[in-house]
Structures are given as C-alpha cells and as structure tokens.
Design a protein around this ligand. Sequence first.
Ligand SMILES: Cc1ncc(COP(=O)(O)O)c(C=O)c1O
Length: 454
Amino acid sequence: MTLGAGNDEIQKQIDHLFSSILVEQKTINKVKGADPGKESMAKKLLEDYGDNRGRGFIFDNLSTGRGHGPFTEHQDGSVKFDLINGIGINLLGHSHPVYIKSCLEAATYDTLMCGNLQPYGPSKELTKSITDAVDDSRLKHFWFAGSGSFANDLALKLLWQKQSPKYGLIAFNNAFAGRSVATQDITTNPAYREGMPRNLNVSYAPHYDQNNPDGALQNTLDALDKIWNENPDSFCAIMMEIIQGEGGFVFGTKEYYQGVFDWAKSKGIYIWIDEVQSFGRTHELFAFQTFGLQEYVDIVTIAKTLQVGGLLYTEELNPKPGLIAGTFNGSIPSIIAGSKVVKFLTEGNFYGQNGRIKQIEETFIGKLQDLMAGSCKGKIKYAGGIGTMIAFEVGNSDKEDTWKFIRKLFENGIVAFSAGRGPVRVRFLLPISLKDEHIDEIFQILEKTVHEVF
Ligand SMILES: Cc1ncc(COP(=O)(O)O)c(C=O)c1O
C-alpha cells in the first residue's frame, strides 16, 4: 500500500472503510428492472444534464455510483450487466478492490493531480511496472498523457520530430484514433469530423480482410506499395490498431502483421501501434505481445484500462527536451490504480492460452455460435472477436437492426454498444469479473432479446 500521510490509525481506518464500501457495493449483484417510483425522477435528472451539456445521452443510464463486478446500478433503480464498461474503462469490473483501494490510498496524498513539476512516487511506480511489462521489446520509455487521443497526439509529435520533414502517415481503413485536432484526421468515419479542416497527410490501406484470409496480406501490401509509389519517402510511420476497436474487432494473424511490418521496416518507417482499446484485453497484457510482434514495435499508445493515458517508445524515439510536457500528468488515484491494474493483471491467471481471458473468449464465441446454429439461426449472422473484445451481427447487420437490438438488450438488462460501419456489429468489451453463472444468464437475455426483436 502506498500512502501519503500514513500511520497505524489511518491504515486501520482505510482497512475498515475498504471493507465497508466493498460489502455495501457487493449488494448490487443481480439484474433488476427500474423502480416505477424512480423512473420519472431518473429521466428528469438525465434530461437536465443533457440540456446543460447541449445534447442528450445514448442510454438512460445515469449511474448511482453503485455497482459490483459486471453489475451497474442506475438512478431509476435498475441494475444491468455492464458489457461495455464506459467503452472499455473498467476491465476489472465495478467496485473492484483495486479501484476502491486506489481511491482510499490517494485520499492520504496532499494533492489530487501529478504535474510535470510535481512528480510523485506512484508515477514512478507505474512507469516502472509498465516499462517492465514490455522488457521483451525495444520499448524503453513511458510518458503520461491525459487520454488516448492525447497519447496519440504525443506519439505523432515524437515521430514527426525524428523523421522531419517526412510528416505523412500511413493508417488503415476504418481506423479510430480519437477526436483531437490531429487524431480526428486519422479516424476515418467522416461523421466524426464534419466541417473540420484537414490538418494531416494520412494515406489509408485496407486492414485484414476477414472474408479473404488467403489474399488479405497481398491486398494490404499492394495498397501500401501504391501509397508509397505515389509519395515516396514522405512518411514517418505506419499506425495500426492490431485489433480495430471502432472498426468492429477486425484483426489478422501473426503472419499478416509480420508481412505488413516487414514492409514498413524495408521502407525505413516506424511502427506505431494504437492499443488504447486493446491494452489488457487480449491473451497478453498487450495485443502486440499476443501476436508475438515484440521485435517490430517502435511506439505504442495506451489508455482506458490503465486508468490513465500514455505512450511507450524506444530509445531512438526519445524526443528532444521541450517537445512533450504539460501541466497535468494524471490524477493520483488513477496513477495508483494504473500500477495496481498492471500488477493484478500480470500476476493473476488472466493471460496465456489457459488464462481466464481466453476462457471468457471461448465461452462467449462458443455460445454465440451455438445460438447461430440453433434457435437464432438466420438472426445472428457472425460471432467473433478476441479476448474480452467480442462482437456479433444481428438481423441485417446494419445500423437500424443493430441499434434496435442494442436498445432492447438495454431494456432487458445488458448495456452494450455497436462497432463497425458495414457490417455494423454489436460490441462487448467484457469485464474479467464475469463468472460462469453470469455468462449463462447473459445468454438467456441475449436469446430472449433476439427473438423479441427479429
Ligand atoms: C483505438 C483507439 N484509439 C484512440 C482512442 C481515443 O481515446 P480517448 O477517447 O481516451 O481520447 C480510442 C477511444 O475509443 C480508441 O479506441
């Protein structure tokens, strides 16, 4: 335990508070419908909030701050399975001991935010644990960033400085890199940058084609050659989500990535992996480790599951002083949580072919395939994904059918989201706190919902 102000009495009270909070949170342990008496009050709260921020919300789900494991409680009194957890923030599950302890420990510190001129012990610890976790690669340094988008902005700056004046970037169709002034130009969905000027020079190649595994690599390489030949020697890097998050959990094989990255190396450009969504969620801590790509990576961006953003880079990419800095270097609770998350994940039995994450993946995909072949034949069209990133298609695999289904799923007790634009998929970013009995109940709700909607 890392405390700021600490003595035996404080320690005792922290232990006591920790247990009391956990015991109380653990009472949120099953799906439950809204309380009729609370429904209109909850709607009004969210409407007022929406009015103040200028836009309503996708779901009626203002949280009460209570939840445990996969369960989340909303102001209308309902409790639901949270299978998207804020688009991938709470991999460990609601009110996980790691999160509660981190906040209690942080309360003993003399301030809330770490700053560039105000480093703290927990920042040092997190930097050490995350760099130790990649000691099988050439990645050597870690720098904090306020979000996934900001981590990506910083990555771009390192690459530009090193490769100046080669400012072009190669990315992939259906990429999502964030919504900052720079990253909105890498993100391909035009709806996310309506009315925005183009600031970056980004060229796009097709990612792995799940419908044409044999031709996928050649298809990508042909496009890369074309991009290169049109503007030779003008690119600083190739940027890739190994598992495309917003793109619908599209991912390739080790051989595919090796082929693409060998191409990049042959052209002398850097390899930048965006793991903002995939960090922690596949069969190793990093997706690039899951696919055995350690020798290739030059720069990797992370956020979400870590509770704070940041980027890992090689010695070669260490920027000159002055290029990257900022007032905030993460909040103390988030940074304490970041180290604990890394420790919890790497020391527990989560990774590898026999780890819990692989088991969750196999159970979900297996059960979805059973539904596809059985009672939901013709209504569920595709089931796939990797680790805790699971996606499937319903109805016509378009936006209308997918959202009709997701909204009904929400009413029936599961919070999910969509991914991809053609096909559109139902997306789960599963918490690792799921137990087998939860999964059984989730599938009963899924099957019922499919029949209600289609
Ligand atoms: C792959 C990827 N990169 C970058 C981002 C942007 O991260 P943030 O929303 O924290 O700015 C996201 C967010 O969903 C993402 O999935």
